[in-house]
Structures are given as C-alpha cells and as structure tokens.
Design a protein around this ligand. Structure first.
Ligand SMILES: [Zn+2]
Length: 73
C-alpha cells in the first residue's frame, strides 16, 4: 500500500476510535489506513514506537501483526 504522505516519517499510526495501532511497514487492505486518514481520527506517537503506543492504551492491529511477543507488564 502507499504510505500516507504525512506519516512518511512515522511507523506507527493509532486509530482513536477503537484504540488500535497499525504498523505502517506491514499495513494491508484489512487495516483501512486510507479510511482512517480520511476520518482524521488518527494519532501519532512520540517516540514513534510500539511500546509508546501500548503505554497510551493502544493494542496492535491483528492485520498488520504488530508483534505481541513483548511481555505485558
Ligand atoms: Zn493494521
């Protein structure tokens, strides 16, 4: 897929509506990232890491398969 232009320097993109975080390096059709961008209900993270996303209460998207091997606190 085409990476959203405004997120070309970010890897992780959060959906505020369902608290799911996508890995843009792996995102596919099931992620509906284009629709998310259009909705403008997305979130970026600083630092741009999965750990930061999880700290903010986001869970990895099952489509782009953000690794869930990280032990939960
Ligand atoms: Zn996804």
């Amino acid at each position: 897929m085409t990476r959203p232009t405004r997120f070309e320097h970010n890897r992780y993109l959060g959906d505020k509506r369902n608290r799911v975080v996508h890995d843009l390096d792996e995102a596919g059709d099931g992620c509906a990232v284009d629709e998310l961008m259009a909705s403008q209900r997305f979130a970026s993270f600083g630092p741009d890491t999965l750990a930061e996303a999880r700290n903010r209460g986001y869970r990895p998207c099952r489509h782009c398969g953000a690794p869930v091997s990280t032990p939960t606190p």
